[in-house]
Design a protein around this ligand. Structure first.
Ligand SMILES: *Cc1c(COP(=O)(O)O)cnc(C)c1O
Length: 384
């Protein structure tokens, strides 16, 4: 049915009506006083969201573009970097550091398992002559629904003293606590189509003082992604290149909504959606890919047995207009992923779970009592 599409994927995520309406205007000039006012407001609110006094810069790029900027502005060819790789995105950042000729050392974990902070501690402690220039981590690994223990890994980076911590928070920022200043995170990247509740197109990167020091001597080539340019122009409440003005209207509206809800309430909502989704999936006798201790508040990966994951997605879409994400790379066909990030409410999860039950019945999946998934989710909502 037209206009009934419901996105339960980890990006692009649903966009609230007031954000959509904010975009339905003529663009204004990005050197105008009116744009300057918007830029000032959204920059202040981005600092609030990141819990930081550091610069938070806005780029016209997807998440990958800002993460690439976050890597290349602070490093030089041949620099030794540790990159955590336990999924599609962690591996992507290792591909970026490889592409730029950095001396990349991958610290890996099986897809579906979290990175082991001990491996970072050992590598960092062994580096007595301080050759490791950066540690690159994906906080919430969207491909598997695993959240890595950034706080502990970062503690080991701080004990090393020299290395920067560069973090992909694309599906953790705005879903769970990422206190940039309290943890001393040097470079933090995120994108508009995830926790921000706005369409794709904007990327955000928070940069701290230690990273700006490294920027001065970093020798990788940079031009469009030169963060110094964005910082200089942000001081004048503008951007170095023409930004997608209408997405700034959207960002302004979305950040106001987030402020009205409050950080604690936003995090609590995501953790509640996660708990309800996991309880429901288990009640439907389908295994979860990630363990409880490392489950991402943005996304739940499910490994159905006896039913094809792609068939589930296909029925969900055709019959119920609900879009779920599939598995990536070697997990394709083996898992499906339920996004619960951004503008998602308890009702959305109840709807998706009810549709999933109907889908499983249609596909002849047995081994659970009809209604058990909805009941399990409802029980979580009743007690949170
Ligand atoms: C979505 C996502 C990105 C960015 O992907 P783009 O398609 O470039 O926006 C990066 N990291 C993670 C963990 C993501 O989920």
């Amino acid at each position: 049915m037209d206009d009934k599409l419901m996105l339960m994927i980890p990006g692009p995520t649903p966009v609230p009506e007031q954000v959509l309406l904010a975009m339905a205007k003529h663009p204004i000039g990005h050197r105008s006083a009116d744009f300057g006012k918007i830029m000032a407001e959204v920059t202040a609110n981005l600092k609030w969201l990141h819990q930081t006094q550091n610069d938070v810069l806005i780029l016209t790029a997807s998440g990958t573009g800002v993460m690439e900027a976050g890597i290349i502005n602070f490093l030089s060819p041949g620099d030794r970097v540790l990159v955590g790789s336990n999924g599609k995105f962690g591996e992507r950042w290792a591909e970026v550091t490889d592409a730029y000729g950095l001396n990349t050392e991958r610290i890996t974990a099986e897809w579906g398992k979290p990175l082991d902070p001990e491996q970072f501690r050992l590598a960092l402690e062994a580096d007595v002559d301080k050759q490791i220039k950066a540690v690159v981590i994906t906080h919430s690994e969207t491909s598997t629904g695993v959240i890595n223990d950034l706080e502990t890994i970062n503690r080991h980076v701080k004990a090393h003293g020299k290395a920067l911590i560069i973090v992909d928070t694309v599906t953790s920022l705005g879903a769970t606590n990422v206190p940039v200043d309290a943890w001393g995170l040097d470079v933090v990247a995120s994108g508009s189509q995830k926790g921000y509740m706005i369409p794709p197109g904007l990327g955000f990167v928070a940069v701290g003082a230690k990273a700006w020091e490294a920027y001065k001597t970093a020798k990788l080539p940079r031009y469009y992604l030169d963060l110094g340019k964005y910082r200089k122009d942000a001081a004048k409440n503008t951007t170095p290149f023409t930004p997608p003005i209408n997405l700034f209207f959207a960002l302004q509206a979305a950040l106001r909504m987030m402020q009205a809800e409050g950080l604690e309430a936003i995090f609590a909502r995501h953790h509640r959606l996660l708990a309800a989704t996991r309880a429901a999936v288990q009640a439907m006798a389908m295994p979860l890919l990630a363990a409880d201790e490392c489950a991402s508040p943005a996304i739940t990966a499910v490994m159905p047995s006896g039913v094809d994951a792609e068939q589930i997605r296909s029925v969900m879409k055709k019959r119920f207009d609900i879009v779920l994400a599939g598995g990536q790379d070697h997990l394709k066909g083996k898992i499906f992923r339920i996004g619960h990030l951004g503008f998602v409410s308890d009702r959305d999860v109840l709807t998706a779970i009810a549709a999933l039950e109907a889908t499983l019945q249609e596909l002849g999946h047995e081994g659970f009592t009809s209604g058990a998934g909805v009941a399990a989710a409802a029980k979580v909502f009743a007690s949170h």
